[in-house]
Design a protein around this ligand. Structure first.
Ligand SMILES: [Zn+2]
Length: 114
């Protein structure tokens, strides 16, 4: 339900960016969403954590409609995840610092693409 908002007041604009419930709204630009999915799934930092953890990490910071489906589809097409079980070895601190770095890079990216 929260993934399909229909109330505009849930969105807030700050510094030229849109936020939904304090999460950065990712515009419907395939390459941007694809980049995020890749960052949260394919990089050594996060690394193939499975649908639930990948989704939770993304939802912590970002928002776009139907993110759940996007994550499911992406992971189902990930050959590494299909061969291996998701890793449970990652540390929360590592995830948090990586997410903060990505957040900064993504804001620059989104602002630059407008
Ligand atoms: Zn994977």
């Amino acid at each position: 339900m929260a993934d399909q908002p229909n109330q505009e007041q849930e969105f807030q604009q700050r510094d030229g960016l849109w936020f939904y419930e304090d999460r950065l709204y990712i515009p419907n630009v395939a390459v941007v969403r694809q980049t995020l999915l890749s960052e949260y799934q394919d990089t050594p930092l996060h690394g193939h954590l499975g649908i639930d953890k990948t989704l939770a990490a993304l939802q912590n910071i970002f928002y776009w409609p139907n993110m759940v489906d996007a994550v499911k589809v992406y992971i189902k097409t990930c050959s590494f995840c299909q061969r291996n079980k998701p890793s449970n070895m990652r540390k929360a601190g590592l995830l948090a610092s990586g997410a903060a770095m990505l957040h900064c890079r993504l804001i620059a990216f989104v602002q630059g693409s407008r």
